[in-house]
Design a protein around this ligand. Structure first.
Ligand code: ATP
Length: 335
């Protein structure tokens, strides 16, 4: 049976990198059917709504979505459309791999790590957010739950086991934020006891950042709370050559959404020079989620080959190619 997925072409460079990614998926014969839906500015222009009901229903039915970056306009009723989608579908695990590509302008060549970030609680879902009318004071309450901590840590250990990873590092700030991240650390150690085959350790977030820059090879899988995960995964993207190569999966019990970590890059939108790799690598995560490991592996190695050869790569990777030419180079290796 053909698998139908929801496809959101997004804003800014979104349509350019989505077209490239769908062309790549068709070239490898992924056998996916696309249910195109709107969200973000494109949706607002066409339907008057930023997140139309039809889009939510499509994701609910298909349970798998490929999403290009969205622009969240100020004053549109949403702090962030991405956060709203994650919350709506309870996509609690944000999985962000960072892998070195030979030939990319990165400081390190042998990084292969995955950050698992809690996606539905903590600082980004703060309760009672308030700024005094005279701008003299602002406040918000951070909440984490035992259930929220436990399920994301379990997810990280299960992922480590499935992917043949050796170690999970729990990142926290329990020495200062004793309650909120203290609970995360406590629960994480409890969960770790169920996974005797996987080594685990914990690091305070500031030390983790320093260690990532000094000795990134000591990391395998990192699991952490929402805010720290956001920062650490971008740091890891920087270690391997930038946002143009950083994909992300948002996974819950009822649905999963795959994307590029970067935003809609309005500064280069419409110029035809956006790097499509982050979304293509997000599509590889999607294929893996659908148990199509062979095609996922082929996509990753085609991208790696093209980057290493420098064949038609885009300016962010030091080349002078276009999105279309770069996609041709990848598809030629897959066809
Ligand atoms: P948003 O508000 O949607 O997050 P932004 O411009 O603040 O947009 P990004 O879209 O992530 O943040 O862009 C940050 C920088 O990285 C920009 O200079 C952008 O051009 C560049 N960039 C992001 N994605 C890509 C890409 N796929 N290819 C090339 N450059 C990119």
């Amino acid at each position: 049976m053909t698998q139908q997925i929801t496809v959101i072409r997004g804003d800014g460079i979104g349509p350019e990198i989505m077209d490239a990614t769908l062309r790549m998926l068709d070239t490898i014969g992924a056998g996916l059917e696309y249910d195109f839906q709107l969200a973000g500015l494109a949706a607002q222009e066409e339907t008057g709504e930023l997140l139309p009901q039809a889009t939510l229903e499509s994701i609910e039915n298909n349970r798998v979505a490929l999403k290009a970056p969205l622009t969240t306009p100020v004053g549109g009723g949403f702090k962030s459309l991405n956060v709203a989608l994650r919350k709506h579908f309870d996509l609690y695990a944000n999985v962000r791999p960072a892998v070195s590509f030979k030939g990319s302008a990165s400081r390190y060549q042998d990084i292969d790590l995955i950050t698992v970030r809690e996606n539905t609680e903590g600082a980004y879902l703060a309760e009672g957010a308030y700024t005094a009318p005279d701008d003299s004071r602002a406040e918000s309450k951070m909440v984490v739950t035992r259930k929220g901590c436990e399920r994301v840590v379990r997810f990280a250990f299960d992922l480590a086991r499935r992917a043949g990873r050796k170690k999970v590092t729990i990142v926290h700030k329990a020495n200062i934020l004793k309650d909120v991240t203290g609970m995360f650390l406590r629960v994480a150690h409890e969960v770790a006891e169920d996974y005797a085959d996987i080594e685990s350790n914990d690091l305070i977030v500031d030390n983790a950042c320093m260690q990532l820059v000094m000795r990134p090879e000591q990391f395998d899988v990192i699991v952490t709370t929402n805010l720290f995960g956001d920062i650490i995964s971008d740091l890891c993207a920087g270690l391997v050559g930038g946002l143009g190569l950083a994909p992300g999966a948002n996974i819950g019990e009822q649905a999963a959404m795959f994307e590029a970590v970067h935003g809609s890059a309005p500064d280069i939108a419409g110029k035809g020079i956006a790097n499509p790799c982050a979304l293509m690598l997000g599509a590889a995560q999607l294929l893996e989620h659908l148990d199509d490991h062979d095609r996922a592996r082929r996509v990753r190695s085609a991208i790696a080959e093209v980057i290493e050869s420098g064949d038609r790569t885009t300016p962010d990777l030091g080349g002078d190619g276009t999105t279309e030419g770069f996609t041709d180079a990848i598809c030629e290796r897959l066809g």
